[in-house]
Design a protein around this ligand. Structure first.
Ligand code: G6P
Length: 368
């Protein structure tokens, strides 16, 4: 590739470390403090048109689908609009009943994923406005959508997506703020969200300090062949994405699950060789997730916890702890994604895997 490794052993690691800067780039020029909202150049929809939207459909594949799922939580919290998240490969052959005022977001790093493109075309054909959240400028999906938002994350070379994911999450937070401010969200609330977003790149910078701890924990568990990733609410998508990262680059079987749902199946997998990675920052469901941790501990499963309170009960229960900065709940997934990327990276390196070009996977899937 023409993109330099900048001294990093792999593109994936370089891209993980770029995230403070790529998140800054995703927000650049898009925070409007006077109006306590976000602003975008290329939506091609008037505020009036956006106010009439009564349903959002978010579609994507792979890691981008995980950002869509987080987008659902953020959009519902800030904009109070019903959101549906659909795998593009499913949406393209469905005929979902959509109101006239439904709006589609297609989320894609490459802008070339064939299923996402087909889903976009299908929804567009039915007369709905379509927006792309995309990294590659001028890509097919960026061109075919009615409007959209670019990530400006720069080229992502590692097949497993890292910086594009956190940029997608950031852009979705901005969109939730913007649409929220067109509807129910107060000036005060908008301003608070802006302050939190402004602090995010520095928090992600601090989350990169978990690298040594992630490397140590990776060495300890690299021989395990099954992992569970568990989180709730905003961090349910984080659990899915953490598991996917591990699967993609280390070829270890990993399942992401809503933490409380694990008692309906995955708990049967728990034994002393099956670590559970909990994403358990402080917040509304903290104590609930603690109970889930206790259930796993009682069955002899090793616990790895990503926490933001090193002296809390979660850290006390866990065998291994990764501590990230404390941020508002809707931004926790972005901060928590970093150590999970690093954990997957170091486990894959430990196992001698080809981190940047994992077997059987492609950077963008342009055949059905
Ligand atoms: C492939 C890549 C993933 C990516 C997915 C969707 O499976 O390996 O990293 O998340 O495609 O790609 P897109 O470019 O549409 O985001």
């Amino acid at each position: 590739s023409q993109v330099s490794l900048n001294g990093f052993p792999h593109y994936m690691l370089k891209e993980i470390f770029e995230q403070p800067e790529t998140i800054r780039a995703a927000m650049r020029g898009r925070l409007d403090e006077d109006e306590a909202t976000a602003k975008f150049g290329g939506l091609n929809l008037t505020p009036r048109q956006l106010q009439r939207v009564d349903r959002l459909v978010l579609t994507a594949c792979g890691t981008s689908w995980h950002s869509a799922l987080l987008g659902e939580y953020m959009l519902e919290a800030f904009a109070r609009i019903p959101v549906e998240v659909e795998y593009a490969s499913e949406l393209r052959y469905r005929n979902p009943p959509l109101s006239t005022n439904s709006l589609l977001f297609a989320i894609t790093q490459s802008g070339e994923t064939i299923d996402t493109l087909a889903a976009l075309r299908e929804i567009k054909r039915k007369g709905h406005p379509t927006l792309a959240i995309c990294n590659v400028v001028g890509s097919t999906i960026a061109r075919e959508a009615d409007g959209g938002v670019y990530l400006h994350a720069g080229p992502e070379i590692g097949v497993a997506s890292t910086k594009a994911y956190t940029s997608q999450c950031t852009v979705l937070a901005l969109l939730a703020l913007y649409i929220g401010r067109l509807n129910h969200l107060s000036f005060e609330a908008g301003l608070r969200i802006i302050e939190e977003l402004k602090a995010l790149p520095d928090q992600v910078e601090k989350a990169l300090d978990t690298n040594n701890e992630a490397r140590r924990i990776a060495a300890k568990y690299a021989g395990c062949n099954n992992f569970l990733y568990l989180g709730r609410q905003f961090n349910f998508p984080t659990a899915l994405e953490g598991a996917l990262k591990l699967k993609e680059i280390s070829y270890i079987h990993a399942e992401g699950y809503p933490a409380a749902e694990m008692k309906h199946g995955p708990i049967a997998l728990v034994d002393e060789n099956t670590p559970s990675v909990f994403i358990v920052p402080q917040g509304g469901v903290y104590h609930k997730v603690i109970s889930n941790m206790e259930e796993i501990k009682a069955r002899g499963g090793p616990l790895i916890a990503v926490v933001d309170d090193p002296s809390g009960r979660a850290a006390e229960l866990a065998d291994d702890v990764i501590c990230v900065p404390s941020v508002s709940e809707f931004l926790q997934p972005i901060v928590a994604a970093v150590p999970l990327q690093l954990l997957a990276y170091h486990i894959a390196v430990h196992r001698g895997c080809d981190v940047d070009k994992p077997r059987n996977l492609a950077k963008s899937v342009t055949v059905e």
